[in-house]
Design a protein around this ligand. Structure first.
Ligand code: ADP
Ligand code: TRP
Length: 332
């Protein structure tokens, strides 16, 4: 176990179930990039999880690859973060079984994501039902201190802590627990980023903004953001406007550009078209380097393969250690 002066360890992942978007960046990836300078990082692609919704192998391969390329483009540095695919560390499925055996059924019954996803049309499989157990296994497999995620993942981290406690209670001792209890790390200022229709931005709602889009379609997309019908001359409320909310999430609440735009809303005389223009410039500026890096990465598959080989190798060392510990504790 790490002592308080040791470098803290972080694990997180994203499902390759669709296109990454500004919501994923604001809620999760931005934290990965910031934390890599001060933490030991394990960042993976949750492909087994995506199998609960993706039914086409070609789509699975493409999306998985794209998440890795986007991680790198957004600024994750393989010299600072272990980047890997879930299927390259299959030990997590064994850990998931060990955890399933101490998981009371009612804990899964009360997980809200299952019902939400079935309501969205995803097949009601046992895999989907036990999704949080596999997520707990991913997390506990590297003894992390922190799990940076978006607000909607809070319950999954609570379930992870519950399962760790139950396993420790069954098979560990107070002085020698099997699993370390991780903490969720959720940015207070991020909240849930809205999409162009004002609902939660999500790959599955078709309302997302892709920061890697070519400039012209990107501008078109941003012009589609739904606003109210306050006339140009009138004063407007920035906080309730989707355009402003996205702007503030990207630039940061304390950035002078954010207060300047808020002022223009309140003063009146600015139409929403101008605010959208400002958001577009911000995105192009904020992701300028990322957009260039992504283009280069798309042309360098060998490099991406190497990153994944190195990442998986490093992850397996740690996951093997934890899995052996859990097996031994359970008498296997
Ligand atoms: P999607 O809803 O597009 O399928 P995921 O559920 O795969 O996105 O989310 C991946 C990560 O991005 C999670 O940590 C999640 O909390 C975060 N995230 C997704 N959408 C948003 C959003 N609109 N605002 C903030 N964070 C988000
Ligand atoms: N459930 C997460 C999501 O939908 C993805 C995920 C799987 C994850 N395993 C994880 C996130 C472990 C953090 C830690 O975004």
């Amino acid at each position: 176990m790490t002592d308080s002066t040791a470098t803290k360890r972080v694990l997180s992942g994203i499902q390759p179930s669709g296109q990454l978007h500004l919501g994923n960046y604001a809620g999760a990836i931005r934290q990965f990039v910031e934390m890599q300078h001060t933490h030991e990082m394990y960042i993976f692609v949750a492909s087994y999880h995506a199998l609960t919704s993706v039914r086409d192998p070609q789509t699975m391969r493409q999306n998985t690859r794209q998440v890795v390329i986007d991680y790198l483009a957004f600024g994750l540095d393989p010299a600072k973060a272990h980047i890997y695919l879930q299927q390259d560390v299959p030990q997590v499925t064994e850990l998931a079984w060990l955890l399933a055996c101490v998981c009371p059924k009612h804990l899964m019954d009360k997980a809200t994501s299952y019902k939400d996803k079935v309501d969205k049309g995803i097949a009601a499989s046992i895999g989907l039902y036990t999704y949080p157990i596999l997520q707990a296994a991913d997390i506990l497999s590297v003894d992390p201190d922190f799990v940076p995620v978006g607000e909607d993942q809070r319950q999954h981290i609570e379930i992870t802590r519950d399962l760790a406690l139950k396993f420790n209670h069954a098979f560990g001792t107070e002085d020698d627990p099997v699993f370390k209890l991780p903490e969720a790390m959720i940015r207070a200022d991020a909240g849930v980023l809205p999409g162009v229709d004002g609902q939660k931005m999500s790959a599955s709602y078709g309302n997302f903004i892709d920061p890697f889009m070519a400039e012209k379609p990107l501008r078109k997309r941003i012009m589609k953001i739904v606003t109210d019908s306050t006339p140009v001359e009138e004063a407007k409320t920035p906080e309730t406007c989707t355009v402003f909310q996205i702007f503030r999430a990207l630039a940061g609440p304390d950035d002078p550009r954010t207060s300047e735009l808020a002022e223009r809303y309140r003063a009146g005389g600015m139409g929403y078209g101008d605010a959208k223009q400002a958001l577009c410039e911000l995105i192009l500026d904020h992701f300028g380097d990322a957009r260039k890096r992504r283009e280069a990465l798309m042309d360098d598959p060998g490099y991406v393969d190497q990153v994944l080989r190195d990442g998986a190798e490093a992850a397996r060392v740690k996951v093997d250690e934890v899995t052996s510990r859990a097996r031994a504790a359970a008498g296997l």
